[in-house]
Design a protein around this ligand. Structure first.
Ligand code: KMH
Ligand code: ZN
Length: 302
């Protein structure tokens, strides 16, 4: 069996500072947590940036540049920058930092969808910052736009121009077909690093039969042309990534996807989640891929 690639998504654009004291906000916190996650076993670090003062997601390349070189200097991990950005960002804003950093890897979201985190918002009793409440309410009327033209534009401007390869984010069955369409038209090239995502309201639900269905569908559509990875939101994170590991898949953890480490227990860091899934996988006699091995498996430019 091939070694398991652990990705870690350290902050995202969905959780807000009031939801967890451990969510990294400042460039220093993002760098420190990324480095610790890499040391704990993550081969790929997926990154968003936040305003250092109030934690609001920002597309500003200058903020990204405050932590990207620090992470690069201290680890060998593959840097994966978001092209999903955050609520209200245009495609040009979403591409600004990736176009400046020209990383080995970026996320690429494979369809438009509602993207609602109202359930987590409802739990927040008191907000630290004024922007959080309207931002969270905004998610109930938010269309996460990723048209076919948008997708091709990202491939064109990053993939074709700079050799960046992608983590294809598939939140539902239709997104796998969109990816297959891009493969048929040779817009994208194998191996396709396909992140199947469960439990975002607006995407496919976190049910085990759906995990099987997504995997079977991807197997049918892509055969040997893809590398399968799994993430699940919130409390479903650890059970789903464990199942994925047992089924020969790769895994993504991190505070972007879940703020929890166990039932009712807040995660204190990204590294804690990486260490936990690593421990589980190694107990199951699975081996963890190093960054160099991940680069080879995913054919990254290095
Ligand atoms: N910003 C979210 C709506 C990505 O990083 O590409 C989705 C997201 C995915 O964060
Ligand atoms: Zn992300």
């Amino acid at each position: 069996m091939s070694k398991v690639i652990i990705s870690c998504a350290v902050t995202g654009a969905i959780h807000t500072p009031s939801m967890s004291d451990h969510l990294p906000i400042t460039p220093q916190q993002i760098a420190e947590q990324s480095i610790a996650a890499a040391e704990a076993g993550a081969a790929i670090i997926h990154l968003h940036a936040r305003d250092p003062i109030d934690g609001r997601p920002t597309p500003d390349p200058a903020v990204f540049m405050q932590f990207l070189p620090v992470i690069k200097q201290s680890t060998d991990a593959v840097i994966n920058i978001t092209t999903g950005g955050g609520l209200g960002m245009s495609l040009d804003e979403r591409l600004a930092a990736p176009l400046q950093a020209k990383p080995e890897m970026c996320s690429l979201n494979m369809g438009s969808m509602n993207f609602n985190i109202a359930p987590s918002a409802a739990r927040v009793k008191k907000f630290k910052y004024d922007w959080e409440k309207p931002y969270l309410e905004g998610t109930t009327n938010y269309i996460f736009r990723n048209t076919f033209q948008d997708i091709e534009q990202v491939v064109e401007r990053l993939g074709k121009a700079h050799g960046t390869r992608f983590e294809f984010e598939c939140y539902d069955i239709g997104h796998l077909y969109n990816l297959a369409h891009m493969l048929d038209r040779k817009v994208v090239e194998p191996p396709l690093f396909t992140q199947t995502i469960f439990g975002i309201l607006g995407g496919i639900g976190a049910e085990h039969r759906n995990l099987m269905f997504m995997k079977e569908t991807a197997d049918r559509l892509f055969g040997k042309d893809y590398v399968w990875s799994v993430l699940a939101a919130g409390r479903n994170q650890m059970p789903f990534v464990t199942m994925a590991g047992m089924m020969g898949g790769n895994v993504r953890v991190g505070l972007e996807d879940s703020l929890w480490i166990g039932k009712g227990q807040a995660a204190t860091s990204n590294a804690q989640q990486v260490a936990k899934i690593r421990r589980i996988l190694e107990e199951l006699s699975l081996e963890i891929a190093s960054p160099a091995e991940a680069r080879e498996i995913l054919k990254l430019k290095g």
